[in-house]
Unconditional design. Structure first.
Length: 277
């Protein structure tokens, strides 16, 4: 357990970190138990991401993840991490129709999911949605670069901004979402130099995942960084632990002891006497 209870951060804290040059971290998880582990750490933020489509549901895409699914998982995470700032992802198709739809979605994630803010994918093309949600009183994190909900249009999971035209567009997108009122930007899968330019250009925090060392914050999926998710390992993922094989080993020991009749022993059994038995 933590030696001291950490203080939950606010939008204002993250802005202060930017101004003071203080780095911070955020993690992605989707359930109560994992969230409780994050809450015991020094990590300041959790994203309840639509990547649960890949990691939890096994469907290989974020597109099938519905708003109800995000809300369900957000509730679990919020209960597990009361001292950590929680970001609720806005799923595919829940904000691209118009501003009214976007506000309705954000309202549900905040009210029903209990999140502290929402995140949506898109740059200048989503500036009006961001402005509308912020005007409604809800903090918004923008997400530019590799945007998994648009993976079909992007032609796969590819680094974005490797040529000057796209790099310039990413900088323009960052400026646009900042002006629209976003409190932070997620920069995903882009060259370090592009992320550096964006981070130095905008006044709000830039949190990178696969965007190099110059961002204000770094994000990793908890299932990736602990080696639990085994389907693939992106280049930007560092295994800070490798927990998958120890879990497999534990299951195999459980199997072996059960088959051998050595589990459960009296230590793990209810040994009360029952009359007639």
């Amino acid at each position: 357990m933590m030696e001291t209870m950490k203080k939950k951060c606010s939008v204002q804290d993250f802005q202060r970190y930017k101004e003071e040059g203080q780095k911070w971290t955020w993690s992605i998880c989707y359930d109560y138990t994992m969230a409780s582990i994050v809450d015991e750490s020094r990590t300041e933020m959790i994203l309840v991401g639509d990547s649960l489509g890949n990691v939890v549901m096994g469907v290989g895409s974020t597109v099938p993840v519905s708003l109800d699914i995000i809300i369900h998982h957000a509730r679990c995470v919020v209960r597990g991490a009361p001292n950590t700032f929680v970001v609720g992802d806005m799923p595919f198709g829940t904000y691209n129709v118009n501003c009214d739809q976007a506000i309705t979605t954000a309202n549900r994630i905040m009210q029903e999911g209990g999140s502290d803010c929402v995140k949506l994918e898109g740059g200048a093309n989503m500036a009006d949605r961001i402005a509308a949600i912020v005007k409604a009183g809800i903090p918004v994190m923008a997400h530019i670069g590799l945007t998994p909900q648009s993976i079909s249009a992007l032609g796969g999971f590819k680094v974005q901004g490797k040529d000057r035209t796209i790099a310039d567009k990413l900088v323009e997108d960052a400026v646009a979402v900042t002006e629209a009122g976003a409190f932070a930007i997620c920069l995903e899968c882009m060259p370090s130099v592009v992320a550096k330019k964006i981070t130095e250009t905008v006044r709000i925090p830039c949190a990178g995942i696969g965007a190099g060392p110059y961002c204000d914050a770094q994000e990793l999926n908890l299932y990736d960084m602990t080696g639990l998710f085994g389907d693939f390992k992106p280049k930007f993922v560092k295994h800070y632990a490798k927990l998958r094989q120890p879990m497999v080993d534990a299951l195999n020991r459980f199997y072996d002891e059960t088959c051998a009749g050595t589990f459960p022993t009296p230590e793990f059994s209810y040994n009360a006497s029952v009359e007639g038995y």
